[in-house]
Design a protein around this ligand. Sequence first.
Ligand code: ZN
Ligand code: ZN
Ligand code: ZN
Length: 327
Amino acid sequence: MSEIRQDRTNGEWVIIAPSRGERPHARVLADAKTPRLAIDPLCPFCPGNEDQLPAIIDEYSSPEAPGWHTRVIPNKFPVLSTARQVPSDRLQSGYGNHEVIIETPRHDIDFADMSADCSEAVVRTWHHRFGAALAIPGIEAVMLFRNRGNLAGASLGHAHSQIVALPFVPPRLRSTLDWEYAHFQTSGKCVVCEETERELESGKRVIECTERYAILTPFAAQRPYEQWIVPRRHTPSFAMANADDLAALSDTLQNALARLRNAKGELSYNLVLEPGSLDSEFAPAAHWSLRVVPHLTNPGGFELGTGMVINPSSPERDALHLAQSWG
Ligand SMILES: [Zn+2]
Ligand SMILES: [Zn+2]
Ligand SMILES: [Zn+2]
């Protein structure tokens, strides 16, 4: 069972989840060396191995293709889990929810390799499960992320993403929302809309700009080759993205990942959804977005000590390289 603990000496939150240590690590290392099969008989996420799944919560198909496109399962080693009722102490009981989205029946492809139809099914599944997680009683924030490659923390090679529903607003999201709120109070503007406009005007860190999304390297990028996908229309929460936004996101993200691969080769990366907020108080101030964060550096002692990141690259140079790494 998990517990959410706060360090009494500095206020930082930690999820203590001993069962996570039992996850299948050996497979990833093997995956990196051996040629990948379309279906791996040893992979629990591959078709035919359903008996290894804890359950199947939902399956999404498309009218254009038979069979399933995406599958939603409970995480076998959940960080947090739900009780029938909201427990009186949500932190100590490790209350929450943890789902895995198997993004494709194919073992050998990543998001960038999927047909447009299949990648769109993934984004629609994210949106659907994100909304479902927000609706769980006692849940205050939902984090959606994707780990690809063993350096990014993926314990399985099969393309998948995860959704964790938390009984509190985690510190990074809390401080982002507070920052955005304070900016709105003083300027009457959404800080993300303002930043996007400024970046599109300057053009120094613009990788691509489509009808619905700006793809930028952040002015203060934390990692080399980080890509920030920002909706150009002010949208406070990912839950409020409409069908056209989702279709365009699928396309935009495929392009972003293909560019990263063209520029730097196969590498580990994370996708992190900045979820924004559905709270009406934050509606004019919060603005969801998506970050593609490649693993080209490892945080060292300075980072651990200061909580401040050293990015050994130049966001301007990275943006240029990514913009030129097309096709
Ligand atoms: Zn597989
Ligand atoms: Zn599909
Ligand atoms: Zn905005």
